[in-house]
Design a protein around this ligand. Structure first.
Ligand code: NI
Length: 425
């Protein structure tokens, strides 16, 4: 079935100006983009924009722990390590595969409504997460969070992560799998080498928390670049470093196989600090955006991260041009897709996957919008409340408050029950 977006604006992270076009979606892809001044192509279904709708690429949440929506609100306003050790880890002990499954689905309701078409998730019991993703028809980059613990735990987690890759990597074009060593402070150096050897031999990427806090930098015990080199992390097929608040932009980090994930709201809320984003962008480092888990953000809204990132660095650097709205849009869409091996995703281009967000511009805060200023309107005036629909591979997964592929009532009920079971003594 072909869907025509008739006379809509398109904007993405590669266009200096928005364009007013007819955009045809067919067979899961953007089939054609033609000027709105021309006659529109025919289609089975027509969405008439009349210049009051925009189509942008679906957002990619490049770092989260989706099922942590079940832990939202626990231990608010505490430093990272205190929060993890006293509030989060004890409740996480009570998580079951079933809770994680429903928690992930509940997170997906939030993400789809806020325009996210793909999320990079590090957690455990990931088979259920993969099944939830396939059932919803969403895209995801999944890894099993690997941490040290009782003897043999790292080995078992790694094996579990590898089995996840064997079963799900590339499934239906919706899922990619990475290896997920949690962080330098939860995985000993020697075990990191075993994990990076596995990544190299299996051809898998690695998703890793790195230098989120100043304390982590102090305790690392190595030069940060030397740590990445010595552990083999710089030699894996692709490396995604979540947070990187304390990584020096002068550091010799390759930009071809490494992507940083900026999580501004989580870093602000936990008082971790501010990543030196403008310097990374200046040197051409790929940087994507992530929310981190809902218990440290507390939203799963990449549109909000986009706005926060753009504002935060202008203020912190006393420089209103150090990050542009188009930079923010590119970080929120294309960079995350690229980092996790989703090709032809994250830009509005003919032949690329129709992973799209439909934005309603027929609202008071869009008065005055035009092709020159659309990106700035979206980032600074807009919000995910303007989203009229979210599409993955040409199929609606969220449309006008409804979820065509998910049972919202059941998911909310099951997630609520899981939360109660975990927090009631
Ligand atoms: Ni995280």
């Amino acid at each position: 079935m072909a869907t025509l977006f008739k006379d809509v604006y398109i904007a993405d992270g590669s266009r200096e100006k928005a364009e007013r076009v007819h955009l045809l979606v067919s067979k899961g892809r953007i089939a054609s983009i033609t000027s709105a001044n021309e006659n529109p192509p025919s289609a089975d279904k027509i969405i008439s924009g009349r210049g009051k709708m925009a189509v942008i690429p679906g957002f990619v949440n490049a770092h989260t722990h989706a099922a942590m929506v079940l832990l939202r609100g626990l231990g608010e306003e505490a430093p990272l390590m205190e929060w993890l050790q006293n509030k989060i880890w004890p409740v996480e002990e009570k998580l079951t595969p079933e809770y994680i499954y429903w928690g992930t689905l509940s997170a997906m309701l939030e993400m789809l409504a806020s325009g996210t078409t793909c999320f990079a998730d590090m957690y455990f019991e990931m088979e259920g997460v993969a099944e939830a993703v396939l059932g919803a028809g969403m895209k995801a980059a999944l890894c099993r969070g690997i941490t040290a613990g009782e003897p043999g735990k790292i080995e078992r987690s790694l094996q579990n992560n590898i089995e996840l890759a064997e079963k799900y990597h590339g499934r239906e074009g919706l899922i990619t799998i990475q290896l997920g060593p949690h962080a330098p402070y939860t995985v000993p150096l020697e075990a990191m080498k075993v994990i990076t050897d596995a990544a190299k031999s299996k051809g898998l990427g690695v998703h890793f928390h790195y230098l989120e806090t100043e304390g982590e930098l102090r305790n690392l015990g190595h030069d940060p670049v030397k740590y990445l080199a010595d552990t083999g992390l710089l030699d894996v097929p692709s490396l995604t470093l979540a947070h990187a608040v304390y990584l020096d932009p002068e550091a010799d980090i390759p930009s071809d196989n490494v992507t940083l994930v900026h999580c501004p709201c989580s870093n602000l809320k936990l008082g971790s600090g501010i990543m030196p984003l403008p310097a990374w962008l200046e040197r051409g480092m790929p940087v994507a955006l992530g929310t981190d888990g809902a218990s440290s953000n507390n939203q799963l809204d990449i549109w909000g991260e986009m706005r926060t990132a753009a504002l935060l660095h202008k203020g912190a650097n006393k420089d209103p041009v150090c990050i542009t709205a188009i930079d923010a849009l590119r970080m929120a869409t294309y960079e995350g897709a690229r980092a996790f091996g989703f090709s032809q995703k994250g830009m509005i281009r003919e032949g690329w996957f129709a992973d799209l967000v439909l934005v309603n511009l027929d609202k008071p805060h869009y008065i005055g919008v035009n092709d020159e200023n659309l990106a700035a309107y979206l980032v600074y005036a807009g919000s995910s409340a303007d989203i009229a629909g979210t599409m993955v591979n040409g199929r609606w997964v969220y449309r006008n408050g409804e979820y065509p592929t998910l049972d919202r009532e059941e998911i909310v009920q099951k997630a609520r029950e899981a939360r109660e079971a975990m927090t009631t003594r």
